[in-house]
Design a protein around this ligand. Structure first.
Ligand SMILES: C[S@@+](CC[C@H](N)C(=O)[O-])C[C@H]1O[C@@H](n2cnc3c(N)ncnc32)[C@H](O)[C@@H]1O
Length: 325
């Protein structure tokens, strides 16, 4: 056992979630940051703007599926009464379509959106409560990678939505660990609707993360502004270039911030300074793409059995409804 006097003495900010993540990520080689860092209030607003971009087909395609298949999804879920939960709900803009289908089917529904961004959840609560009075909204601010215990037990069967291609932000072993942890929180017969982005031509994929208006670049650099604000760092975002690339062997889009010059960035709250070489990158996000086979194998490995799936005419996006086995 360590004597107290031998514990390393870290500044208090180093034990906050953001301090711990920035210290871990920027002192690693290669440098990385977790994508949850994007989502402060400004980041959540920028993500909403991304979903409206002509190049960003993901949200539009998934929303189209909800509009076309919402009633089928609720019918396939089967049970007379469901409670609906959502991991990483954001502003829940698309989810309204599924909640409407639930209201058509069962008259009313309780909806538990879970997100790390308090501002996005407040937006979701306000919009859904105004537009769908038959929906009772019970938001929970939490990190679903560490706090799945926020999933409420419920008198009725639970349908968990994990949509928007969010599972793609995790590498295969992390994704499996997250789905297994979710499975352990669920009772047999509870359901998961997973929304994933399918592999498609390289040009379409790259354009979606490299939009002409530069909104994705601003979203990417917002992580640096957040570190400046929360940890007193001195990042100059314009000295970092947004880069998105398709890593074909790994089936993932990678987002990076590339240092345009050699530079040193102090982070006073962590009592460290980070050195960058010219051209060195911070790897800020992965977005894994799947085939129908790879999604089904992942879900089966994690204790879920297939119920039904849906895709759009171009097969760009998939919705997979599975039951806790
Ligand atoms: C790509 S957006 C998707 C939002 C929405 N589900 C959609 O489909 O448009 C990811 C959302 O997950 C939230 N998020 C990211 N990491 C999270 C985590 N570890 N725990 C909880 N929420 C997280 C973000 O705040 C953001 O609202």
């Amino acid at each position: 056992m360590l004597a107290l006097s031998s514990l390393p003495c870290l500044p208090p900010a180093a034990s906050t979630p953001i301090g711990a993540e920035v210290r871990r990520g920027l002192t690693s080689r290669p440098k990385t940051l977790s994508p949850w860092l994007f989502y402060d209030q400004r980041g959540s607003e920028l993500f909403e703007a991304i979903t409206e971009l002509p190049e960003y087909y993901l949200t539009r395609t998934e929303r189209g599926l909800f509009a076309r298949c919402g009633d089928d999804i609720l019918a396939a879920a089967g049970s007379p009464r469901l409670a609906i939960l959502e991991l990483g709900a954001g502003t829940a803009a698309k989810t309204g379509l599924l909640l409407q289908a639930a209201v058509r089917r069962q008259g009313s529904v309780t909806y538990y959106p879970i997100d790390i961004s308090a501002s996005a959840l407040e937006h979701a609560r306000r919009n859904i409560s105004q537009q769908l009075p038959q929906v009772t909204v019970k938001p929970r601010v939490a990190d679903y990678t560490t706090s799945l215990d926020v999933i409420p037990s419920s008198g009725c069967r639970r349908l968990v939505l994990y949509i928007g291609s969010s599972i793609g932000n995790f590498d295969p072993s992390q994704a499996a660990a997250l789905l297994r942890a979710l499975r352990r929180r669920l009772a047999p017969g509870d359901l998961l609707l997973l929304g994933v982005d399918h592999i498609k031509d390289r040009g379409t994929l790259l354009r979606a993360y490299n939009d002409a208006a530069g909104v994705t670049a601003e979203f990417n650099r917002n992580a640096l502004l957040r570190i400046n604000r929360d940890l007193g760092a001195a990042f100059r975002p314009r000295l970092f270039r947004h880069r998105a690339l398709w890593n074909e062997p790994e089936s993932r889009i990678e987002m990076h911030l590339e240092s345009l010059v050699p530079q040193q960035v102090p982070i006073p709250a962590l009592e460290i300074a980070i050195q960058f070489r010219r051209g060195e990158t911070i790897h800020t996000e992965n977005s894994y793409k799947f085939t129908p086979g790879s999604v089904c194998r992942l879900l089966a490995r994690c204790g879920f059995s297939p119920v039904q799936d849906w895709t759009d005419p171009r097969r760009w996006f998939g919705l997979y409804l599975v039951a806790a086995a």
